[in-house]
Every structure is written in C-alpha cells, then in structure tokens.
Design a protein. Structure first.
Length: 281
C-alpha cells in the first residue's frame, strides 16, 4: 500500500471550504403571511447555534455520537490486557488486512503507513498529560518498531506539540483534541493516547477486553457500511468524480486514513454495483 501523498490541483483550504459549503442547510423559506402561522406559539428556549463546518461535523461523528457530552466524566475503568499475543495480520492481493481472530476487522492501512503518509497533524505521539490516568507520557512511540519512523522528521511528523495541517496527506485539519476525547469518555487507561494507539498495539498482537469496542468504532467509520466511507463514496458519485479525486472531501479522506483506511477503486466499484450507481471513471 503506497503511503505517498495523493496529488491535488487546488489548495486544501479551498477543498475544505467547498465541502463545508456542500453540507450547509438550504436558505430558510420566506415567512408565511398566513395569520395562523404568525400567531403560532414560539419557544423562549435559547437555541444553540448550528455549525456546518465540516471539521466540527467530523469530530461529532468520529466520536460515535451526534452530540459531544461536555460534562461526562472520563472513564477510568481499565480493560484487562491479555497475556497471550496474536500474530500480526496477513494482507491479501487487494491490500486488505486480515486478523485471524477478528475477521470482522478489515482496515487496509497499517499503523506504519498511517504515520508515514502524514497524519494527526504530526503530533499523535507528542508528550501529553492524561486526565484519565493522571500521568504524564512522553516518547510513547518508542514501544513500536523503529522502522515505522525511519527517515521521518520526528519533531514534525510524530511528536509535534503543534498541530500542522500541512503534514497531513490531504493538507487539512480533522479530528478532536485529546481533551475532547477524554471528556467524552472514549479513552481508557490502557491506551491513554486513544484509538490509534490501540490500533498500533492491536496490530502488533496485543489483545484486551477493549478490542470489541474499538473494532466497533473503527467499523462505524471505515467499515463496508461505515458512515464516513459511505459518505465519501456517495459524494464521489454525486459529483461524478474518480474514486481518488482528493478534491472530493479531503477532510473525510484524512479522517478515514486516521482510522486505517484509504478508499480503493475495487471498493468503490463494488459499492456502485451494489447500489446500482453508474461508476464515474
């Protein structure tokens, strides 16, 4: 699976703005002149403003919920980590990864490929303080094989304390902050950095009581019927573009990459055939 950045003929900012524009609500209809509508009871409840920025929408959906719970206490129950380890996955001719003990989990990017392609604004394994464990962490990447990081500018691509959209494959920002994930209750003490840290460890053979939950989250994003994967393919069909046109929702493409998946021509054609869509070429 190549990890080079797909080329783009337009800036990431314009691409993100175009996507955000495409999901805006239509303009409200003109006020009715019917007297009955004028006299309808109006709620005095203060309404929160609606945010149609794609980045915000992606963060909400990434979390697996339509609404981020701001006051939810971080989960502090530590799932059990099993002593028995499993083999690393095999890879088929289409690039799909197969985990023998979890056939339902089918990413097509390894953790190494995700990192080397340009992800998480270059700072996934930056030093952090975890409000879940109460501890400080640094050099977390050192538990993983050195070849994952060989030749990389670590301070820019792996441990950057500043989020750098230009490091990302598609040149856009996506994903929530560590604090958001912690306050939403999605991070457990065994993987204080979050889902991608879990994936790195799972890929290398670690198993825990948290695996089913994490696999479920991954599949909701990038699985065959995952909302992000489906959303991207629908946009491609609607706009009549190729499966690999990076100008079609770069934010969603970057998000899928963070969750171990890059849309392939085979997957796109299979989806079009299943839905009876004419597949753009």
């Amino acid at each position: 699976m190549p990890s080079s950045k797909p080329s783009s003929s337009s800036s990431s900012k314009k691409g993100a703005e175009a996507v955000a524009k495409s999901i805006q609500d239509p303009k409200p209809a003109k006020e009715s002149t019917d007297s009955s509508s004028k006299n309808q009871r109006k709620s005095s409840r203060k309404r929160d403003p609606v945010d149609y920025n794609e980045e915000h929408v992606v963060v909400q959906k990434e979390a697996g919920t339509s609404e981020i719970t701001k006051n939810k206490k971080p989960r502090r129950d530590a799932p059990k980590v099993f002593s028995e380890r499993q083999q690393e996955p095999s890879r088929d001719s289409k690039g799909v990864l197969h985990f023998k003990d979890h056939p339902e989990f089918l990413p097509n990017l390894t953790p190494k490929e995700v990192l080397r392609a340009g992800s998480f604004g270059g700072g996934y394994f930056r030093p952090i303080h975890s409000s879940v464990t109460g501890e400080d962490y640094s050099d977390a990447h050192k538990e993983f094989p050195s070849d994952w990081f060989e030749g990389l500018d670590m301070k820019r691509m792996i441990t950057s304390k500043t989020y750098r959209p230009d490091i990302n494959t598609y040149g856009v920002k996506c994903g929530g902050s560590l604090e958001m994930w912690e306050s939403s209750g999605w991070i457990t003490p065994v993987d204080p950095y979050g889902a991608f840290q879990w994936y790195c460890r799972f890929f290398l053979g670690r198993r825990s009581e948290d695996d089913a939950r994490q696999i479920g989250r991954f599949n909701q994003v990038m699985g065959p019927t995952g909302r992000f994967r489906t959303n991207l393919m629908n946009q491609i069909v609607r706009k009549g573009k190729r499966f690999d046109d990076v100008n079609v929702s770069p934010v969603i493409r970057q998000t899928l990459q963070h969750w171990g998946y890059r849309l392939t021509e085979a997957d796109f054609k299979a989806y079009c055939k299943k839905k009876g869509f004419e597949c753009p070429t």
